[in-house]
Design a protein around this ligand. Structure first.
Ligand code: PLP
Length: 483
């Protein structure tokens, strides 16, 4: 790495990125390219000789950006957000610059120690019980994604039960969650060898606003125990992916404790909101949990990836995931004096991700972070009001955070027609390139999801988005039927 060349080109790259952000509203939010578009534009093989940086930048502008969906656009309202911010970006840049691989404390003491400290800070902002802090038996760790977080705690729980019931009892272990739990739990079960027929994704419906009913959970557990099976893992969600339903943590936690089950809380999206006192009650009951996860890369201004996991008993993770090959032995690890995060995660290597979270916390501070979350929830409320005032639409599930679930009502009282109508509306809206929304299905109903969550979104973007939806709905209904 030539420092002067880096300085020159990195300045150009920062200019490029700053201009990108300045002009981000000029791009279609959802990329409009067709599959395979890039192969037609790039050579068949890598160059033999170095090319000019300017030529690469030109290709990025002309060939790559058309194939980018602009997650940071203020007109992006799909899925859940994936925040970028100046502080997060600078932290990411520094992490790339230092490019350490901090698997053991000794490989970069600052990386491990900053992570421990910053996750204690964040745990305190969320008012998590002290058991999750690093000074006792627990602690936090940054995983790449919520999928990895649920996998590592599922493995820890599985192994705890296998130690208790014997290694041949794997086929008897049963995991529980609602049918609204994120698919990452199903994948974790697949990887952990939990038999598909032992994964209980329990029914939910509009009567509980798609939250898991404690009675249904208790009934399923009792039935499984009577059948000689071993309940071992429960995952509750605060802010489900489809509709931001909040499972009743306290009641579910009581059942989990009563049955000695590992209790995990997935607050991937909504966890961030719980730094505001008025939303903290959504994680009341977290004291009954064994592990808690939120994605700082979703709605906490920390660039992807940064999924924060806290556990009460770090030894359970370490017993499942630790390896100790000769080539990694060192005095600090052997003396049990340090945290070696390689034993809390799947891969060996790990990035210096705490830098970006630290920079977000320091450069914005709690008050600004709270204002940020509150402003998005206010914009979502405003959107909800706009939808409610138009009698052609209905709100389908209660808005809890910054997601509004809504749909066009069918003029013909016909479910299939209504689903097609809303499918066509989503297609029409996203094809404009002006905004990007996504969908879900709840109780057989095709529903549009509008999530406010990008840092650049202002009320005017929400109003403009509503106008696009309103106008496309008018066109569609004017045609008399769905296409
Ligand atoms: N859990 C919930 C509630 C989610 O909404 C998501 C993704 O949106 C995930 C887990 C998976 O997140 P990740 O992409 O970090 O694995």
């Amino acid at each position: 790495m030539d420092a002067e060349q880096l300085r020159e080109n990195a300045h150009k790259m920062v200019d490029f990125i700053a201009d990108y952000y300045k002009n981000i509203e000029s791009f279609p939010v959802l990329s409009q390219v067709q599959p395979g578009y890039l192969r037609k534009l790039l050579p068949d093989s890598a160059p033999n000789h170095p090319e000019q940086f300017e030529d690469v930048l030109n290709d990025i502008q002309a060939k790559i950006l058309p194939g980018v969906t602009h997650w940071q656009s203020p007109d992006y309202f799909a899925y859940f957000p994936s925040n970028s911010s100046t502080a997060g970006f600078l932290g990411e840049m520094l992490s790339a610059g230092l490019n350490i691989v901090g698997f053991s404390w000794v490989t970069s003491p600052a990386a491990t120690e900053l992570e421990v400290i910053v996750l204690d800070w964040l745990a305190k902002l969320l008012k998590l019980p002290e058991d999750f802090l690093s000074l006792g038996q627990g602690g936090g760790v940054i995983q790449g994604t919520a999928s990895e977080a649920v996998l590592v705690v599922l493995l820890a729980a599985r192994d705890k039960f296998l130690r208790r019931y014997g290694k041949n009892s794997l086929a008897k272990l049963v995991a529980y969650a609602s049918n609204q739990a994120h698919a990452s739990l199903q994948k974790a079960c697949q990887i952990a060898g939990i038999h598909a027929e032992n994964c209980r994704f329990l029914e939910t419906d509009s009567s509980t606003n798609y939250a898991l009913s404690p009675d249904i959970l208790q009934e399923a557990i009792s039935k499984d125990i009577a059948a000689g099976l071993i309940p071992f893992f429960l995952s509750a969600t605060v802010g489900t992916t489809s509709s931001t339903a909040v499972d009743p943590l306290f009641e579910l936690g009581k059942i989990a404790k009563g049955n000695n089950i590992w209790f995990h809380i997935d607050a991937a999206y909504a966890g961030s909101a719980c730094i505001c006192p008025e939303y903290r009650h959504y994680i009341d009951g977290v004291e009954t949990a064994d592990s808690f996860n939120m994605n700082a890369h979703k709605w906490f201004l920390t660039n992807f990836d940064c999924s924060v996991l806290w556990v009460k008993d770090r030894s359970a993770l370490i017993q499942s995931l630790s390896t100790n090959p000769e080539y990694l032995r060192n005095k600090a690890s052997q003396g049990n004096m340090v945290v070696d995060y390689k034993d809390w995660q799947i891969p060996l290597g790990r990035r210096f991700r705490s830098l970006k979270l630290w920079m977000v916390l320091r450069l914005y501070g709690l008050e600004n972070l709270q204002c940020y979350i509150r402003s998005h929830i206010e914009y979502a409320k405003h959107f909800e009001e706009l939808v409610s005032l138009d009698q052609r639409f209905e709100i389908v599930a209660p808005r809890t955070f910054s997601l509004v679930c809504f749909r066009l009502i069918s003029p013909h009282n016909d479910d299939d027609f209504c689903n097609k109508l809303n499918h066509d509306l989503l297609d029409a809206v996203n094809s404009t390139g002006k905004i990007f929304l996504s969908h879900t299905v709840l109780s057989g109903k095709y529903i549009l999801r509008f999530v406010v969550g990008t840092p650049l979104t202002e009320e005017r973007h929400v109003n403009a988005a509503w106008k696009v939806l309103h106008d496309e709905a008018t066109k569609l209904l004017g045609r008399g039927s769905a296409n």
